[in-house]
Design a protein around this ligand. Structure first.
Ligand code: 5GP
Ligand code: MG
Length: 183
C-alpha cells in the first residue's frame, strides 16, 4: 500500500492505473509513428515524469527535446500570451513533433504553443496529455491522445505541483483545500 501524503484529500489515479494506461497509449503512438522518427517534446516541468515513463514504453526510434512555456503572465488566470522560458534545441522543420503535456485546463497554453510550433514548418504536430479537464476549456483544443479525462479538481503528483511541491508523489491526488486556502 502506498502511503498517502497528509495534504492529499484522496488519490484520484494510482501509480498502477497510470502505468497501465501509459503503456496502452505508448503502443498507440508506436503505431502512429511507424516508419518515422518523431521528436518527442517534454513540456517542463509538469510533464517530466509522464514523459519519462511514456518514452520508455515506446519502441519507435525517436529523439527528445525540452521546452518550458508559460501562459500565465503575472496573475493566476491563463491569458492568451505565451512566454517561452526555454526553447527547443532541435530544428523541427520537416519533423514529426509529439508534444507531451501534463494537463490541459483552459487550453490556452497548448493552443498557443501549437500555433507557434506550426509556424516552424514541422511535418506534423500531435499532442499527448496525461490529464484533461474538458469542462474548463476556453479555446478549442483537442489533444490527439489523452490518458485520463478528469473532473474539475486541482490535482498534484506524478509531475504536477502546487507551489513547486508534490511533483514526486507516485500517484495523482486531489490536494486538500486547506493547503491553498491557508496559503
Ligand atoms: P491551460 O490549459 O489552462 O493553459 O494550462 C494548463 C496548465 O495549468 C498545466 O500545464 C498546469 O501547469 C496548470 N494546471 C491546470 N490544472 C492543474 C491542476 O489541477 N493541477 C496542477 N498542478 N496544475 C494545473
Ligand atoms: Mg504545465
Amino acid at each position: 500500500m502506498v502511503e498517502v501524503h497528509p495534504n492529499v484529500e484522496y488519490v484520484m489515479l494510482t501509480g498502477q492505473q497510470i502505468t497501465r494506461r501509459v503503456k496502452m497509449v505508448a503502443k498507440q503512438l508506436d503505431k502512429l509513428y511507424e516508419g518515422r522518427k518523431p521528436v518527442v517534446v517534454c513540456i517542463l516541468k509538469g510533464s517530466v515524469i509522464f514523459f519519462s515513463d511514456l518514452i520508455r514504453n515506446m519502441k519507435t526510434p525517436l529523439t527528445i527535446d525540452f521546452m518550458a512555456v508559460s501562459s500565465y503572465g503575472n496573475g493566476t488566470k491563463s491569458t492568451g500570451e505565451l512566454t517561452i522560458k526555454k526553447d527547443l534545441a532541435t530544428d523541427i522543420k520537416g519533423r514529426d513533433v509529439l508534444i507531451v503535456e501534463d494537463i490541459i485546463d483552459s487550453g490556452n497554453t497548448l493552443y498557443n504553443l501549437k500555433k507557434l510550433l506550426n509556424a516552424r514548418a514541422p511535418a506534423s504536430v500531435n499532442i499527448v496529455t496525461l490529464l484533461d479537464k474538458p469542462e474548463r476549456r476556453e479555446v478549442p483544443m483537442e489533444p490527439e491522445y489523452t490518458c485520463f479525462v478528469i473532473e474539475d479538481e486541482f490535482v498534484v503528483g506524478y509531475g504536477l505541483d502546487y507551489a513547486e511541491e508534490y511533483r514526486n508523489l507516485p500517484y495523482v491526488g486531489v490536494l486538500k483545500r486547506s493547503v491553498y486556502e491557508n496559503a
